[in-house]
Design a protein around this ligand. Structure first.
Ligand code: HEM
Ligand code: HEM
Length: 234
């Protein structure tokens, strides 16, 4: 079996590197797009406010607490969201990731309708490190502030939290470089797709618009996100 067929067999999500006039395909639903850009803004606020002194430090704590809700929302949306938002759609096996990486080395990666196999694991990594940063932040204390999980803290908590935040910064850097590198290789504008929801894919590629999952599922995911924020808001 050729490498290409193997990749296609592993995932309906990956396609051959076909050319032809580009055709618009709706791939990202509104909740996923709002989540992404709200996450970017909130992480930036948490990052900048981490250095704040005195009462301004509450901005750091509140933005971190908001992030709990964002992550809870995304975990639920990864189970009940539309097709390409589902974890089962973008968490690929090691074999698929390896095949994809080998084709990337030849600078001719196949088009992916949703997240590509490497990007999918980057999403998992980003979400996991954000979760750990939140958890250790809640276990940290600073001047008069005691995190809601500070009773679980062990030695060097603040340093671990700061280290995780720095590691997150590195992952974000790789993520953004990866997004633009992928764009150069496939001539797809991925950031624009994350804004409009629409990817322009070569006409020869088999890809369908995502189907709406209705209004109840987003409401459930948003309510669970708000519930998590409410739990830790103080
Ligand atoms: C704080 C900084 C950032 C974080 C934490 C972050 C995190 C993420 C996460 C978690 C996803 C997965 C989306 C989902 O399925 O829910 C994602 C996807 C994506 N992000 Fe970011 N992101 C950041 C900054 C950026 C920036 C600055 C850009 C654009 C210049 C960008 C472009 C994208 C694109 C295009 C995708 C979709 C990739 C694909 O097509 O597979 N991100 N990002
Ligand atoms: C992804 C989310 C987060 C990021 C990126 C982040 C980032 C940072 C960074 C970079 C520092 C070090 C500041 C410095 O001393 O130079 C810091 C400190 C701190 N953060 Fe966070 N943080 C996040 C979430 C949280 C959350 C959710 C909480 C609590 C609810 C929190 C509580 C604290 C506390 C108490 C400190 C001071 C620790 C010390 O004494 O140095 N953080 N954070």
């Amino acid at each position: 079996m050729s490498k290409t067929n193997k990749i296609i067999e592993h995932s309906a999500n990956l396609t051959e590197n076909k050319s032809g006039p580009a055709r618009p395909v709706r791939v990202w639903d509104l909740p996923t797009r709002v989540f992404h850009w709200a996450l970017v803004v909130m992480i930036a606020i948490a990052w900048i406010s981490a250095e704040a002194d005195g009462s301004a430090f509450v901005i750091h704590v509140y933005s971190g607490t908001m992030l709990v809700g964002f992550i809870m929302f995304r975990l639920v949306w990864g189970i009940i969201g539309s097709r390409h938002a589902l974890f089962t759609d973008f968490v690929f096996s090691w074999t698929t990731v390896k095949d994809y990486s080998l084709r990337l080395l030849s600078f001719r990666p196949p088009h992916s309708v949703g997240h590509n196999p490497l990007g999918g694991w980057m999403v998992v990594g980003l979400l996991a490190v954000i979760m750990l940063a939140i958890l250790t932040g809640m276990m940290s204390s600073e001047d008069g502030y005691r995190g809601p999980l500070s009773h679980l803290a062990f030695g060097g908590m603040d340093d671990i939290h700061e280290g995780l935040a720095n590691f997150l910064g590195l992952l974000i850097f790789i993520h953004v470089v990866g997004v633009f590198a992928h764009g150069v290789l496939t001539r797809e504008n991925l950031p624009r797709a994350m804004i409009t929801g629409i990817k322009k894919l070569p006409a020869g590629i088999v890809a369908n618009d995502i189907r709406s999952v209705g209004i109840i599922r987003p409401i459930i995911a948003v309510l669970i996100g708000f519930g998590a924020i409410w739990l830790f808001w103080s």
